[in-house]
Each structure stands twice: as structure tokens, then as C-alpha cells.
Design a protein around this ligand. Structure first.
Ligand code: ASP
Length: 316
């Protein structure tokens, strides 16, 4: 099994069997990662460059670990946000790196669409590690693997995604993936944090947590993305927590066995109560981090199989 595409730019172009195959492969990497000897050979001899134009803790660390565990030579480049505001600079950087013959380029960028643009200019495989508000495919895939392992299936579930939907690439990628596998998605948050055109997304929208959480199997909380806000989207953090912060009382409206997720970084006391986040009977937030490494190993493995099978050319 390989991906049809050379790159992993988003969930949108993936077919359901590609998603399932990736998750199956990732399951085997979860097993590998739990062994004392954690090394595989799938990326042996390949060079992986991580280019993060936006801050990251989990994603960058987990891509780095994923590459190293599969035998790649991994280089991290920390990019200065101030130097990338012109499209040309991004492309120039990409062309410079491309001349060093990387095989896998992992890119995070604050502008939606920037990673896809870059992918057209290089001869290696590009993985989108988050572009603006657009997509964060490996986050949705790791969320999917976490849900599948916790619930035993990844279809016909009711999943609530709560909070700052408007600025969230995590929400967008998750909605796309969950719909492809026939789940019901509810979005819960203040109307000011819902994206325009939400009526066409095939989701149910709520602005009341208790109502929206009723009967949900999965509760996914999102961070207030203040760095992407150009004005006051919520009256105050206190008010936001009161209405939309997940606490035990609000969670009691979901199914008794509903799991709680958060992509991180988490603001305790803003979108989630610390006790809920740490409750090992409800919260799978640490499992999400674990699944992140395995999913990124699987994604790079599948793209590397493509690289080995196809001649290299600029895709533009
Ligand atoms: N880490 C996720 C992202 O990069 C979520 C967040 O930052 O709130 O989109």
C-alpha cells in the first residue's frame, strides 16, 4: 500500500482506504515504539528536513523522533517568522534546500496554502505539519488512531469539536477525516468563533455545551488561537471558560464513556479544567501524543515507498 499522491498536504485528497491503511501501519509502529529496541529501517539512507516557520513542541519533536526511529538523517531548521512574509522568500528557501537533495520535507507555515505552493517547487515528498487555518493532516490522523483504539471503531461515532473552530486547522482536518469515515460531527462554540460558510460543512452547530455534548462519544477541545485573532472574539477568558470550558458538569452530558481529547498546547482553566485533562479514565491526551509519533512514522514510510517507486521530477 502507498499513497496515490507524492505529498501529504491535507486530509481532503485522501481516499478512505488510504486513511485506513495508514492507521493500520501506524498501529504496528505503536507496537515498535513500545519495545526496548525502537528502530526500523523504512527511511534508512533518506534525508528528512523539518522546516517550522511557526512554533511547535509536539509536532516537531514527534516528526523528528519518527524520522530517527526509522533510520532517516534528520535535520531541524528553525525559521524566523519575520523573514518569510514574502512568497518569494519561502520558495527561495525551498529551492535552496531542494538542492541539498532531501527526500522528505516537513513544513509548518502560518499561511494557508503555503505548504502546497512549496510542494510544487521541490522534487522531494512534502508533509504539511500545519498551514495557517487550513489543514494539519497528521494531527487528524493521530486523533483518528487514538479514537479507533479507544472506541474500537472509527465510524458511526458522534464527535463534538469544541471552541475556536474558526482559527483551527485541527478542526478542519478532523471534520474532513471524520466525515470520510461516516461519523457525525458537532461543532460547539460561540458564533464569533465559527467559520463563515459553516452551514455547508455538513455538521451540526451548537453554542451551548450541554446541549451539544448530549450523547457524544468523543469530546475534542481546542485552544483559543489568540495569535490568529485580529480583534476581540470572546468577551473575557473567564466568561469563555464559564460557557465553553470543559469541566466535569458539562462533560456529564456526553456519553458515560465519552473520551476527552485536546491537540495541545492546552490552556488549563481556559478551554479545559485541569482535573478533566488529567483524568486517566476520560482523557486520552497523552495517548494522542503517543499516537502522533506512530502516525508520522507511518506517513513518512508510505511516502518513502512512493519515492522509491517513482522517478523524481518537479511537480509544477
Ligand atoms: N498544535 C495544534 C496546531 O498546530 C493546535 C494548536 O496550536 O492549538 O494547530
Amino acid at each position: 500500500m502507498t499513497f496515490r499522491a507524492r505529498h501529504l498536504l491535507g486530509i481532503e485528497p485522501l481516499a478512505p482506504p488510504e486513511i485506513t491503511a495508514l492507521l493500520d501501519l501506524a498501529d504496528s509502529y505503536v507496537d515498535l515504539n513500545r519495545r526496548a529496541h525502537k528502530h526500523g529501517e523504512a527511511l534508512a539512507g533518506l534525508t528528512q528536513i523539518n522546516m517550522f516557520f511557526e512554533n511547535s513542541t509536539r509536532t516537531q519533536a514527534s516528526f523528528e523522533l519518527a524520522g530517527k526511529r526509522l533510520g532517516a538523517d534528520v535535520m531541524n531548521m528553525s525559521m524566523q517568522a519575520s523573514s518569510i512574509n514574502k512568497g518569494e522568500t519561502l520558495i527561495d528557501t525551498a529551492l535552496t534546500l531542494n538542492a541539498m537533495h532531501p527526500d522528505l520535507l516537513v513544513v509548518r507555515h502560518p499561511h494557508s496554502g503555503a505548504v502546497a505552493l512549496l510542494a510544487q517547487k521541490v522534487t522531494c515528498a512534502v508533509l504539511n505539519a500545519g498551514d495557517g487555518r487550513h489543514e494539519h493532516p497528521t494531527q487528524a490522523l493521530l486523533d483518528a488512531l487514538t479514537i479507533r483504539r479507544a472506541k474500537g471503531r472509527l465510524h458511526r461515532l458522534t464527535v463534538a469539536i469544541c471552541g475556536d473552530i474558526a482559527h483551527s486547522r485541527v478542526a478542519r482536518s478532523n471534520i474532513l477525516l471524520l466525515h470520510k469515515l461516516e461519523n457525525r460531527v458537532r461543532l460547539i462554540g460561540p458564533p464569533t468563533l465559527m467559520p463563515a460558510g459553516i452551514a455547508d460543512w455538513g455538521v451540526e452547530v451548537f453554542d451551548d455545551m450541554r446541549e451539544g455534548l448530549k450523547g457524544c462519544d468523543v469530546v475534542m477541545m481546542l485552544r483559543l488561537q489568540r495569535e490568529r485573532m485580529d480583534g476581540g472574539f470572546v468577551p473575557s477568558v473567564r466568561e469563555y471558560y464559564h460557557r465553553f470550558g470543559l469541566d466535569a458538569e458539562k462533560l456529564s452530558h456526553a456519553h458515560g464513556d465519552a473520551i476527552v481529547m485536546h491537540p495541545g498546547p492546552m490552556n488549563r482553566g481556559v478551554e479545559i479544567d485541569g482535573t478533566i485533562a488529567d483524568d486517566i479514565n476520560r482523557s486520552v491526551i497523552q495517548e494522542q501524543v503517543e499516537m502522533g509519533v506512530a502516525v508520522r512514522m507511518a506517513a513518512m514510510d508510505l511516502l518513502a515507498r512512493n519515492l522509491r517507486a517513482r522517478p523524481r521530477e518537479v511537480m509544477a
